[in-house]
Design a protein around this ligand. Structure first.
Ligand code: BG6
Length: 294
């Protein structure tokens, strides 16, 4: 971890007994949170006096180079399997790399943390482009995360990404997602075909793995059992991925308990497929996601 001095609200710790995975614990007047430097991955976020807004598997594995099951891993520079080479890591490499802490400060609005990742020899083997990415977080009673990507190369590049957010719910069978009623989607369990919009809130009754296109970025997760909700707002993200592994797939995941699927869902904001982003040399784009309780 860099030796940047940390403000009063943030302290360093380790996620694993071998001290290979550095972490930052945040406790400020608004909320508490935990980050892994690997992936600049926010693992937990809880405004004081409220329920946690992110889900983290109780069986999560803390192994260097392995993405952690929960919080907000970043999929970058591609989402899902690599489009041409299935041997490359699913969801890109950003979630497996240790990011650098570039800024950490306490402000009246909340704690502000900025992490950075640039290309290196290993990343160029997987994706032959020079880039500088940042993930900036404002931790208040709401969470704001902003991905910045700059093309530091001498030619254009194209990328996809998703802020792969895991959310808690009381019972997935009594959970709805509003905001994607008008969007066509690819059902990843049925191939690449585009299905028409369903004109109804999403409900869950089996394994679900869909990529919605041309989405607004504004969604609400409704936990009917607790009569509470979580609101997402990501205006520049036109893809939304909705995922729940259900029982059978969960049984194949080493980092989830057998029943874990019942209390979680992913609603991921990004730009992938037809919504992917092309940057010219020197160009930079930013994409923000705000998460709050409702
Ligand atoms: C979702 C994908 O975003 O992530 C699913 O749509 C995938 O297909 C899931 O199974 C989890 O991926 P991983 O690589 O973290 O196990």
């Amino acid at each position: 971890m860099s030796d940047l001095s940390l403000p009063a609200s943030i302290r360093k710790e380790w996620l694993d007994a071998d001290r290979k995975l550095p972490a930052l614990r945040v406790h400020n007047p608004h909320c508490s949170a935990l980050f892994s430097l690997q992936g600049a991955q926010l693992l937990s976020f809880q405004p004081h006096g409220k329920a946690p807004l992110l889900w983290l598997s109780d069986q999560a594995l803390y192994i260097p180079g392995k993405a952690i099951r929960g919080g907000i891993p970043l999929c970058f520079p591609w989402f899902g399997p690599h489009p041409e080479d299935a041997r490359k890591p699913a969801h890109g490499f950003a979630r497996q790399k240790e990011w650098q802490l570039l800024e950490a400060s306490d402000t009246p609005e909340g704690s502000w943390l900025v992490f950075g990742l640039s290309d290196d020899a290993a990343s160029r083997q997987l994706w032959p482009h020079a880039f500088a990415a940042t993930l900036a977080f404002l931790l208040a009673d709401t969470l704001t995360v902003t991905l910045g990507v700059r093309n530091t190369d001498s030619r254009d590049f194209h990328f996809g990404f998703a802020l792969h957010s895991y959310f808690p719910t009381t019972d997935i069978r009594q959970t709805l997602v509003d905001g994607l009623e008008d969007c066509a989607f690819i059902d990843q369990l049925k191939g690449d075909a585009l299905f028409p919009a369903e004109s109804a809130a999403i409900r869950f009754s089996s394994e679900t793995d869909r990529i919605y296109e041309g989405a607004s970025g504004r969604y609400r997760i409704r936990d009917e059992a607790e009569q509470q909700g979580i609101v997402l707002n990501a205006p520049g993200c036109h893809s939304a991925i909705v995922w729940n592994p259900w029982a059978e797939k969960t049984a194949r995941l080493a980092d989830m308990s057998a029943q874990g699927w019942q209390q979680m869902l992913c609603v991921e904001c990004g730009n992938t497929g037809r919504d992917g982003i092309t940057l010219r040399p020197g160009e930079k784009r930013e994409f923000s996601l705000q998460i709050s309780d409702d």
